[in-house]
Design a protein around this ligand. Structure first.
Ligand code: ATP
Length: 320
């Protein structure tokens, strides 16, 4: 399949015969594979006498192109792996043992068949439309030192996307990236290990790069992609490379000084600062005014009984 998609990626017509020759298979086998391409949700045009083409073409992930966008100092301490399809890049990055010492491993996939959000929610990542990236970060300071990391990761995404021309991005506590109130990116952190010793953090990031109207409508809340935000085509390999840069620099800083170092910057992008919001937990909800975040990334909410701090995990923020 990767070979076939590699041939169709240019958006030009290719005859069944030509595709068969390149792939070393019969016309019938080509036809079967083309059906499988359509099943991935990709729009395939077929014209008698001309052959087949992928509507507007597709930019496949390419670890060499991603590496070329990565800063020289970052390149030496990262290991980048791309794949065609996987259930979840968060699971994939954890399964690839052993982990090289001093190196952060990044896994990216064209498609996730079981991408997930928080609390079992589904994350949609149609084939070739998103940057779905997971990083595995090892930390010897224990899970307690990771407070605020998920907020800092949201900030790293914003910084990466700004280098590509995105503007008016906002952060919704704890870590969604929004544009004009629509979700552009989601972050899912999964922490494994000791509260005081060795631990592993899987940082999963999904950024919408180019989705069709139908794909955006299929998402259960207002969502947007980078194409609409920037008003132009944005290369997925470049997005991935910039993200690896900002994330690596952020993890270096976070390892030294924690979220405290990023709090002020995070607050500059706060979508709800000063606004009335409702925090929903599984059994109750609290309404109040957003007063920013504290040095651990906890949300400060002003209610009738004073200012209270709320931490992530089980709580979701909604504008009242
Ligand atoms: P919270 O405020 O608790 O973070 P959330 O609804 O944003 O709430 P997440 O777990 O962060 O929840 O993300 C999962 C949700 O994101 C899904 O339930 C869906 O509404 C939305 N979603 C799924 N795929 C995408 C996507 N590709 N782009 C934007 N939003 C998506």
């Amino acid at each position: 399949m990767d070979k076939l998609l590699g041939l169709l990626a240019d958006g030009q017509f290719h005859s069944g015969e030509e595709l068969g020759e390149h792939l070393g298979v019969s016309r019938a086998a080509v036809w079967k594979k083309l059906k499988a391409v359509e099943e991935l949700g990709l729009a395939l045009d077929s014209v008698r006498g001309k052959g087949y083409r992928l509507g507007s073409g597709i930019e496949l992930l390419d670890s060499e192109k991603i590496q070329a966008c990565v800063d020289a100092d970052v390149r030496t301490k990262t290991d980048i792996h791309t794949c065609f399809t996987t259930e979840s890049t968060n699971d994939l990055v954890r399964s690839q043992r052993p982990f090289p010492a001093g190196v952060t491993r990044f896994c990216l996939a064209e498609h996730q068949s079981r991408g997930r959000g928080r609390r079992g929610r589904v994350w949609n990542s149609p084939f070739g439309s998103t940057v779905s990236l997971s990083a595995l970060w090892q930390n010897g300071e224990g899970t307690a030192s990771l407070e605020g990391l998920s907020l800092a990761v949201g900030l790293a995404v914003v910084k990466a996307l700004e280098t590509l021309g995105a503007r008016e991005l906002k952060l919704k506590w704890p870590n969604d990236v929004l544009w004009q109130g629509k979700k552009l990116c989601g972050v899912l952190l999964e922490v494994h290990g000791d509260p005081t010793g060795e631990c592993e953090v899987v940082i999963g990031i999904g950024i919408n790069v180019r989705l069709s109207d139908e794909q955006l409508e299929a998402i259960g809340q207002p969502a947007v992609d980078l194409f609409r935000v920037c008003g132009k085509h944005v290369s997925r390999n470049t997005v991935a490379g910039q993200l690896i840069n900002t994330l690596t620099h952020l993890l270096d800083g976070f390892g030294q000084g924690g979220f405290r170092l990023f709090r002020e910057q995070w607050c500059e992008y706060d979508a709800f600062r000063g606004k009335e919001v409702t925090l929903m937990a599984s059994t109750r909800s609290v309404t109040g005014r957003c007063m920013g975040v504290d040095n651990q990334g906890g949300l400060l909410l002003e209610t009738a009984s004073g200012i209270h701090v709320f931490n992530g995990g089980e709580v979701s923020l909604r504008q009242s």
